[in-house]
Write a protein that binds this ligand. Sequence first.
Ligand code: NAD
Length: 257
Amino acid sequence: MREETLRKIAEKIFQSRRTVVFVGAGLSTESGIPDFRSPGGLWTRFDPEEFTYQNFLASEKARERYWQFGREVYALIKAAQPNAAHLAIAEMERMGLLDCLITQNIDGLHFKAGNSPERVIEIHGTVMYVLCLSCGKRYERDEIEARLAAGEKVPRCDYCNGLLKPATVAFGQPMPERETMEAFRRAEAADLFICIGSSLVVHPAAQLPVVAKEKGAFLVIINRDPTPCDGMADIVFRGQAGPAMAEVINFIREMRT
Ligand code: NAD
């Protein structure tokens, strides 16, 4: 049954012309980065209510806490390596079988795995950069980390003195317009839409599989736990993303020979 389902997913990828892969935090748990909703995740130690965009804007104390939390997350992400699922998606790109990858992840592991920036749409931003909320100046994250390590608690823009914030989308922060529009455009045009490792409850991102399905895409969901979109999917695979995608890519390799 498992093998049959994964083979079917591989066939679909092999046959489709516009495959869009849409991923969430579950893709990176096997790389040691905890997701939000599973037991033992980041939010059993930090309170999500605290790290909203509104709180960040509201007080120096909240910004200090945000950066403390952010530094911990960044250290974890920097040390992480892509797993079999990231590598499989990168291989799909090399095989010419990936229209684009829409990621809710902020960890940049797709690039470590070999995906190219032109194929990756980061709809929730990235930890790899820091942005000035006033003038938009972009900093390398490591540059700001060095300032924090040297004792700064709440870094400010050296150009305009505006507030600096990691280039991730916080709770309550508007989504990046260009990336969001592009993600919806690609979802609408997809003939195959594959969700991997996402609870599909964070909106508007969770609307993407719905839009893709409504526009006629074949919908595949690969996730450890049930999602609200399972009922509308053409194939649901319940299990670990890494081993599943490794098998899928093996089937595709066989089909290509
Ligand atoms: P989520 O935490 O809501 O859901 C993760 C889902 O992945 C769960 O349904 C779980 O069953 C599944 N899962 C966990 N490990 C899995 C595995 N090994 N194989 C298959 N499925 C697995 O995550 P979400 O839907 O991405 O939404 C949460 C938000 O959290 C996103 O906006 C994202 O930006 C952010 N986030 C990102 C990271 C990261 O960059 N790695 C980490 C934590 C949170």
